[in-house]
Design a protein around this ligand. Structure first.
Ligand code: SIN
Ligand code: CO
Length: 381
């Protein structure tokens, strides 16, 4: 599915709107067909492991309920929305929507949230910290959005629902199937459903310094790094004091900077971290424990092995070492494994014909067996 650029070209969008201004891309996906049905979405929202919520709005009385849900009859015909996160990890057809934003690096993507909304439904005026593309599927919704304003303050209208008192819209449009609304971080926005609707929010992520530092500290601990201790300069000693001198502070700061600047370390940490799933993966328990011995037979029997939906992976060379990073795990590769791992990395399914000769290599069999035993790749029964 390709996004159809019109008067707003890809270049104009990137230059003038991305992270700057909300905009409606009218009929960017002409003839759009919903990749999921409302009933299927409701089915997902009944599952314990899926993050879902229902927001109701009756005469200004907002309520938010967290899933899982048992029945939806109580909510009636109007004034509520069901929002389900990470639907791309469960429906290949929903994951395929991500192709529409392939002009933004994949690591920036968080998930596809799908909302089913009845007339009068919505989540009220609010802002998000992340970019979002809202693809309108069936039905119609009126969207208003305002200029980016990092000073706007939200308040908790009811438990777990942050809203804005109001905002000055610079955009007020009726979205129909195939239209896309883009909303940058801190742009206030509000959707109101006119006709029962399905919409698809492609959300992005942007780590802040706090999250990076905390994850980097975990990485350093896990890999037993940064053990070098502070040492005094003799000429700083002699007088009574508690506080560190500026020179001592600089040395301590440098200790942290030096660790982060260790050649290849941050690159390795970051690439590994970015393959960690942001939403729960639908891992598949292996049909039996895969080993380097039984793997060729299993492949012969099933014909192909599939990658779990939503699994993130990358191949990266850092300081002469090549790594396969997958779901936050790191595998060091030998040069002759590259062809096989590139196949695993780029394809959702690999067939026995694709991989047969690669499996003569013990390391390749070891890697694939591990990936199967972890539930990342599976034989479809
Ligand atoms: C919705 O679909 O109602 C909420 C999407 C959003 O505002 O980000
Ligand atoms: Co929003």
């Amino acid at each position: 599915m390709q996004l159809q650029w019109t008067t707003i070209t890809k270049q104009t969008f990137i230059q003038d709107y991305w992270q700057k201004q909300p905009v409606v891309l009218k009929q960017a996906l002409p003839g759009f067909v919903d990749p999921i049905e409302a009933e299927e979405l409701a089915g997902l929202a009944m599952e314990e492991f899926v993050d879902s919520r229902i927001v109701t709005n009756h005469a200004g009385n907002w309520q938010l309920q967290q899933g899982p849900f048992e029945d939806f009859g109580q909510f009636g015909e109007t004034n509520w929305s069901l929002l389900v996160q990470g639907v791309d990890n469960y429906y290949e057809s929903v994951q395929a929507l991500l192709k529409t934003v392939n002009f933004i690096p994949k690591w920036r993507i968080d998930d596809v949230m799908v909302s089913f909304s009845t007339p009068g439904g919505g989540v009220g005026a609010h802002l998000d910290q992340y970019d979002v593309f809202i693809i309108q599927g069936q039905g119609k919704r009126r969207w208003q959005a305002g200029n980016v304003d990092t000073q706007l303050q939200q308040s908790e209208t009811c438990a777990n629902l942050l809203q804005l008192d109001g905002f000055a819209p610079i955009l007020d449009e009726l979205l129909e199937p195939g239209d896309i609304l883009y909303v940058p971080p801190f742009s206030p926005h509000c959707g109101e459903t006119i006709e029962s609707s399905l919409s698809y929010s492609i959300g992005f992520r942007a780590p802040n310094g706090q999250e990076l530092l905390s994850a980097f500290a975990d990485h350093a601990i896990d890999h037993d790094l940064g053990q070098t201790r502070y040492q005094d300069d003799a000429n700083e000693l002699g007088a009574e004091r508690f506080s560190p001198s500026q020179n001592e502070i600089n040395k301590l700061k440098q200790q942290v900077i030096d660790l982060i600047k260790t050649p290849g370390l941050f690159e390795r940490f970051l690439n590994q971290k970015l393959t960690i799933a942001t939403r729960e993966l639908d891992l598949v328990a292996p049909i039996c424990h895969a080993t380097t011995d039984n793997l060729p037979d299993l492949l012969q029997e099933f014909g192909e092995v599939k990658k779990v939906l939503g699994l993130k992976s990358t191949i990266i060379t850092i300081e002469q070492e090549t790594y396969f990073m997958c779901a936050g795990e790191e595998f060091i590769l030998k040069q002759d494994q590259l062809e096989f791992v590139e196949l695993l990395n780029s394809q959702s399914t690999v067939t026995k014909i694709n991989v047969n000769s690669s499996l003569n290599d013990l390391e390749n069999r070891q890697l694939l067996a591990t990936l199967i035993n972890q539930g990342y790749w599976y034989f479809d029964e």
